[in-house]
Design a protein around this ligand. Structure first.
Ligand code: CO
Ligand code: CO
Length: 319
């Protein structure tokens, strides 16, 4: 659904460099010759049982859209909806989890707004700054670029299994480790190497977000299923079909753009449509920069997986 495009004409706002059409991870507004501000917001219902972790994950997730644009987040506000009967200790732990994660990112949370609601919801509005020529967009992928993913998949099935009290403790701990992790380092490396295209993997799944990149960049993306990383329990919970409704929705919407090799089984296909919370960045790196990328990532202990590449054409192929 893109109703904004029927009311706002992007051409009427020459300083709006990114937003409306095509939509991206965050909106970018030029403020002078060299700099732009980047603005985004995100919030969601609890994904884990522990309030501190929920706050930290919600913050990492909200900050991620700023990192996906290659920008430095600087300032944030809380957006919260809490049931009146929620113990105040829970509430303060959520806020503290977010505040400490923001601080780790170098961001100050300077206030916010809370309302009452039956189901808790929490997230941030985040403002970042960027040198305009460094912006990373979904539409910057070129044929031959290599595609790099910076966190494994499987957060959706694992947290859904956890909600049904069917997840092993070590599996949910592994999911939380990745969901709490900031996308700061891969974003920094991407801008340092002057890469042009990135997005973050969240609710639309790897395939949904990869398709958005392919579509707005007018390329075809080829993904090698053997190279796509998953957290430990993902396949097991997938086989037990702990897929949230979002996975089926993603499949329904994006499947027509995706060509799977025959030998790719149902569980793997669903895992690739599984919505992620606070997933990694998907970066496009030209082949001539890949060894510099690898060296830089290794020197900073940054995990990454090369999962495919782009060619001329449209849509996605999963081999
Ligand atoms: Co995003
Ligand atoms: Co978002």
């Amino acid at each position: 659904m893109r109703p904004l495009g029927s009311i706002f004409n992007a051409q009427d706002y020459p300083d709006l460099l990114v937003g409306i059409d095509p939509p991206d991870d965050a909106a970018v507004w030029r403020i002078d010759e060299t700099r732009s501000i980047v603005v985004t917001t995100d919030f969601f219902t609890p994904v884990v049982d522990e309030p501190y972790d929920y706050g930290a994950i919600a913050a990492a997730n909200s900050l991620s859209d700023i990192y996906a644009m290659g920008a430095d987040p600087i300032l944030a506000l809380n957006i919260a909806a809490f049931p009146p009967q929620l113990p105040t200790d829970f509430l303060s732990q959520i806020i503290r989890g977010a505040a400490e994660k923001a601080k780790e990112a170098g961001v100050v949370i300077a206030g916010g707004h809370t309302i009452q609601d039956k189901e808790p919801k929490f997230g941030l509005v985040v403002i970042g700054m960027i040198e305009t020529h460094k912006i990373l967009t979904k539409s910057g992928v070129q044929p031959d670029d290599l595609l790099i993913l910076t966190k494994p998949l499987g957060m959706g099935v694992t947290t859904t299994a956890n909600k049904a009290q069917k997840a092993k403790k070590e599996d949910i701990e592994e999911a939380k480790f990745w969901m709490r992790k900031l996308n700061k380092i891969p974003s920094k490396i991407a801008t340092q190497l002057n890469l042009k295209a990135a997005t973050d993997i969240t609710g639309f799944s790897l395939l949904g977000h990869a398709y958005e990149m392919a579509d707005s960049s007018k390329v075809r993306i080829i993904l090698n299923s053997q190279d796509i990383p998953f957290i430990n329990g993902a396949r097991y919970y997938g086989e037990k079909w702990f897929f949230a409704g979002g996975a089926a929705d993603n499949r329904l919407y994006y499947e027509k753009f995706i060509e799977f090799s025959e030998e790719i089984d149902e569980v793997t296909r669903m895992l690739l449509f599984d919505p992620q919370t606070s997933g990694g960045l998907l970066l496009a790196c030209p082949p001539e920069k890949i060894s510099e990328f690898e060296d830089t990532a290794k020197s900073q202990n940054m995990p990454y997986w090369e999962i495919g590449h782009a060619i001329h054409g449209t849509g996605i192929i999963v081999k």
